[in-house]
Design a binder for this molecule. Structure first.
Ligand SMILES: [Zn+2]
Ligand SMILES: [Zn+2]
Length: 161
């Protein structure tokens, strides 16, 4: 067996090429059977007639279920639960704090126990927090529904999801 990246001879079934460090079948420059040079689009080696093997590079899939994440985002998004589920605890907590800040600002503003510019400012902050939260929520919903949201380790949803 030869490395398909650098053409060096390897022990059969080698996981990695000891010469270039690439997975031996994860390239297309040499024949894995005789070590002859090949072109990337070639299917068969012209020298020995072997079918050229190709190992597709697979991104490891995560184990998070898309439906669960979507339901969590639909029903308990204010607490950031869908983000904890995805292993993104930091931004989950941020979402929770943002959500509560809406009520804190609106409640303190509506009491009007502060001088006028202050309570108006609090109401404005509350409104901004509300809009910010809604936008964030919609973005999260869309990125989960389209499978774009990655888990905390940067992996996509598992196959089942
Ligand atoms: Zn190699
Ligand atoms: Zn060959």
């Amino acid at each position: 067996m030869y490395c398909r990246n650098c053409g060096k001879e390897l022990v059969p079934g080698a996981e990695l090429c000891i010469n270039c460090g690439v997975r031996p079948l994860n390239a297309n420059k040499f024949c894995q059977n005789c070590g002859a040079e090949t072109r990337p689009e070639q299917e068969v080696c012209l020298k020995c007639g072997t079918l050229l093997k190709r190992e597709e590079k697979h991104e490891p899939l995560g184990r998070k279920n898309k439906l669960i994440a979507l339901l969590l985002c639909l029903f308990v998004a204010p607490l950031g639960v869908h983000r904890y589920y995805m292993g993104r605890v930091g931004s989950g907590v941020a979402m929770l704090l943002l959500y509560f800040s809406i009520f804190v600002f609106l409640f303190m503003g509506s009491m009007r126990s502060f001088p006028e510019p202050v309570w108006i400012g609090l109401l404005v902050f509350g409104a901004f927090a509300l809009v910010g939260y809604m936008v964030w929520w919609i973005i999260d919903l869309i990125s989960i529904a389209t499978g774009k949201m990655k888990d905390g380790e940067g992996r996509e949803f598992g196959k089942a999801g």
